[in-house]
Design a protein around this ligand. Structure first.
Ligand SMILES: *[C@@H]1O[C@H](CO)[C@@H](O)[C@H](O)[C@H]1NC(C)=O
Ligand SMILES: *[C@@H]1O[C@H](CO)[C@@H](O)[C@H](O)[C@H]1NC(C)=O
Ligand SMILES: *[C@@H]1O[C@H](CO)[C@@H](O)[C@H](O)[C@H]1NC(C)=O
Ligand SMILES: *[C@@H]1O[C@H](CO)[C@@H](O)[C@H](O)[C@H]1NC(C)=O
Ligand SMILES: *[C@@H]1O[C@H](CO)[C@@H](O)[C@H](O)[C@H]1NC(C)=O
Ligand SMILES: *[C@@H]1O[C@H](CO)[C@@H](O)[C@H](O)[C@H]1NC(C)=O
Length: 714
């Protein structure tokens, strides 16, 4: 429930309390609203980040602004793209609109009841999970001025990425002079001062109460990571005095329409499908945040993006679609990843409040960069630096940040388990998450191979291609489960395998051998080496049966990223593409545009981009130019690719729910018998895909299987 422009720094919305539920983006459907704050992250897990720079309306004489001023909702919240409205139990109505660095609050107070606005600098989203990832307010300062405006800053730390103190600056103006202004300071709910002093600072909770004569008050607030004067500058530039509320709502809507929604046009008139399509596009572009010009860490001519949560979640299918739909922002994002390496030493797997943190598996920026490289993303990217950044991940062990959840090695950035990876070619139980990290390090090394090859670095290309095969070192051919043998398992320094039930991964968390999924799932993730994987599993029929078992044994979880690609690997077996189409439809049924309409946490748009690929009828193989063919939903879909290029996908004879098997396919007018296409086939210069769909299985995909670029040694 955030008001923002695509990828903007300001993400304005209500902060809700409901028992001990963590409100990751501030919003919860039930509970009291305790503030409306300007910075949020939507669709993240772990523990909340931000929920800072807030205002809260109140009525009557406020004897203690540190006390609970929260209000229930008198009626359901209302929201549209660019607009939000809350009706509070005390009769106050709050409407919100936003620009890139500014929020506009429009308050309607009940008449004659001393309308006030409380600014509490200590306001930050709490966490109740007990993981040690909760945010803290550290200190702040606050001043108001004779013209009625206010400025200040707040300092906070921790959150899911365990960041040290970071500052945010703000500058607020009202549409009329407050009739009284009082600053306050205190600890907990105990006031230390509450008077007309125009300035307060310190480590105590602090802020101000502004009271107004009129019952309609509008407040504009700008923010900046740089200074409070920059916050005022951002405010006055984006929302000058007298700007109408409605004009900001209209502007946000038209920005979303031109930058995002208009990129995908479909022929459907099915309201539920259209709602799911455009809601999913919205959910894809809430983070990262374009902070170009707002980087407090270093000055650079390069773009700057933060609020990355996390490439572990997004590199499979979000970043490849981000590239297609927002090519300019995507190029800037890649440049920014490299610039973060240039100045902070490592690219992020996750980053927030301008600090890298929370590496779950590999250094997936390597896979993201490889994907961009092989698809021809150039522009502001200096690829020699890009490759050196990848080499840092592949060769330099990051200093341990002593994360209590995984004290063995860094969770801040890079590859913490690199010492084993370099020494043994696999990862011993010295390191937590050893097996799942090894599978990801293989894919990351494949990324280095791709870029080295493109840059003509033959020695490095050979080296990293070899290393990309190291997932095989965890493969125990004698490990069995449900009629299958051969799984990736933990392995000791002496080379022996550790007994492992492939269905069991202990807690599947930070301290275990596999992170968030088991050996059945991670064993399918050698996506650059599928031909070898198929051979290890026992050939085509066994391979098909192994994918089937992921579903039959209820191992597959559509809400968790490590398994995202497995349902479509049938395309690697001639004539079996129809099974991928079937899985695509089964997974699609888990989505809808209502409450609980995603099969899991959004994970920064990973989930939304997944359903969008189902609608398109393709699945990306990150780091390669390959897209697996699924089954498109709509009679016509046109995707704008920039520079006047389009991809047009048509289906005839189909029905989304009952007739989705591919009967035949033409790509750019040519009959097609492969269950895959490449970037060059349809995206580089645009293209067409014309499907005939039907309710019966047709074994049309009899051509060459998709590439398996690391399997060339077979
Ligand atoms: C609020 O405080 C002002 C000033 O202290 C006082 O004049 C006024 O009567 C108070 N109003 C209420 C409703 O208590
Ligand atoms: C105050 O706000 C209410 C609700 O938005 C609106 O109906 C009313 O016209 C406004 N009054 C003034 C004086 O702007
Ligand atoms: C307010 O806090 C910021 C950030 O810590 C600091 O740079 C600034 O000097 C402070 N101003 C005052 C008046 O304390
Ligand atoms: C608010 O109303 C009081 C009483 O009518 C008046 O004295 C004061 O000047 C007004 N304040 C502003 C800022 O308009
Ligand atoms: C990112 O922000 C900068 C600074 O506001 C702006 O110049 C640039 O165009 C933005 N990028 C995109 C893709 O909108
Ligand atoms: C698997 O089992 C066979 C038969 O017991 C044995 O010869 C082989 O060495 C085992 N392989 C591994 C990798 O343990």
């Amino acid at each position: 429930m955030l008001i923002l422009s695509p990828l903007a720094m300001v993400k304005l919305g209500p902060d809700v309390q409901s028992g001990t539920a963590d409100a990751y983006s501030g919003y919860l459907p039930n509970g009291n609203i305790w503030g409306f704050s300007m910075m949020h992250e939507s669709g993240t897990g772990g523990a909340p980040k931000y929920g800072v720079v807030s205002q809260m309306p109140a009525l009557g004489n406020i004897s203690n602004p540190l006390a609970d001023l929260s209000q229930g909702r008198a009626s359901a919240d209302q929201a549209q793209v660019g607009y939000y409205k809350a009706s509070l139990n005390n009769g106050v109505v709050v409407e919100l609109a936003a620009t890139d660095h500014t929020g506009l609050y429009q308050y309607s107070f009940p008449k004659g009841n001393s309308p006030s606005i409380v600014v509490d600098v200590s306001h930050v989203l709490p966490s109740f999970r007990g993981l040690g990832w909760e945010q803290h307010y550290s200190k702040g300062n606050f001043s108001f001025f004779p013209d009625g405006h206010y400025e200040g800053s707040g300092t906070y730390n921790n959150g899911w990425n365990l960041s040290p103190d970071w500052n945010i600056y703000f500058c607020g103006r009202f549409n009329e002079q407050p009739s009284s202004s009082n600053t306050f300071k205190g600890t907990g709910t105990t006031l230390a001062s509450y008077d007309t002093s125009s300035s307060v600072s310190g480590t105590e909770r602090l802020g101000a109460v502004f009271t107004f004569n009129n019952s309609n008050v509008t407040s504009r607030v700008g923010i900046s990571y740089i200074s409070s004067s920059k916050a005022c500058h951002n405010l006055d530039k984006e929302v000058p005095d007298q700007t109408s509320f409605q004009s900001l709502v209209d502007k946000a809507k038209s920005t979303w329409n031109t930058q995002v929604f208009s990129k995908v046009q479909v022929s459907s008139t099915n309201a539920a499908d259209l709602q799911l399509l455009y809601s999913s596009l919205y959910g894809m572009f809430l983070i990262p945040s374009n902070l170009t010009g707002e980087n407090p860490g270093w000055s650079s001519e390069q773009p700057y993006y933060s609020d990355v949560f996390t490439l572990w979640d997004t590199h499979r299918c979000h970043t490849p679609l981000f590239h297609i739909l927002e090519p300019v922002a995507y190029e800037e994002f890649i440049c920014s990843l490299i610039d973060i390496w240039r100045h902070d030493g490592f690219m992020p797997d996750a980053r927030s409040s301008n600090y890298n943190g929370r590496v779950q598996g590999g250094s997936n920026a390597d896979s993201v960069l490889a994907d961009a490289y092989v698809k021809g993303v150039r522009g502001c990217i200096r690829w020699d630096d890009g490759f050196t950044a990848m080499l840092t991940d592949a060769e330099t062990t990051p200093p341990n940040n002593h994360d209590p959840k995984a004290p063995d090695s860094s969770t801040k950035e890079g590859r913490g388990a690199l010492p084993d990876w370099l020494k043994y070619g696999y990862i011993t139980p010295t390191f937590t998450r050893a097996v799942s990290r090894a599978v990801e390090y293989s894919a990351n090394d494949f990324g280095l191979f791709q870029v080295a090859k493109g840059l003509g670095k033959k020695t490095e290309a050979d080296k990293y291609l070899k290393r990309s095969r190291n997932w095989r070192n965890h493969w125990n051919p004698n490990c069995t489960s449900n009629g299958h043998s051969g799984f990736v398992v933990p392995r000791r320094a002496d080379g022996s395998f550790i007994d492992q039930d492939p269905l069991n991964c202990g807690g599947c968390y930070w301290g275990d051998a596999y992170y968030e999924d088991n050996a059945w799932v991670y064993s399918m993730n050698a996506l650059h080496d599928v031909a070898t994987l198929k051979k290890f599993i026992g050939g085509d029929d066994k391979f098909v049966d192994r994918i089937n078992k992921l579903f039959d044994l209820k191992i597959f979880n559509a809400g968790n990223e490590p398994g995202f690609t497995s349902p479509y690997l049938y395309n690697f077996v001639p004539g079996k593409q129809h099974l991928s189409a079937q899985r695509s439809r089964d997974i699609s049924k888990l989505y809808n545009s209502g409450t609980g309409g995603l099969p899991g946490n959004s994970d920064a748009g990973a989930m939304e981009s997944n359903i969008l690929w189902q609608m398109i009828g393709l699945w990306p193989m990150t780091g390669q130019t390959t897209f697996l063919v699924l089954s498109p939903w709509f009679p016509q879909m046109t995707i704008e690719l920039g520079n006047g290029k389009t991809l047009k996908i048509s289906t005839t004879g189909g029905n989304k729910d009952t007739a989705f098997y591919v009967q035949s396919l033409k790509v750019n007018g040519k009959q097609w018998d492969k269950a895959w296409v490449t970037w060059q086939d349809i995206f580089e210069n645009g293209g067409t895909m014309d499907f005939v769909l039907g309710s019966n299985v047709a074994e049309w995909s009899t051509g060459e299987p998709p590439p398996s670029p690391a399997s060339g040694d077979q």
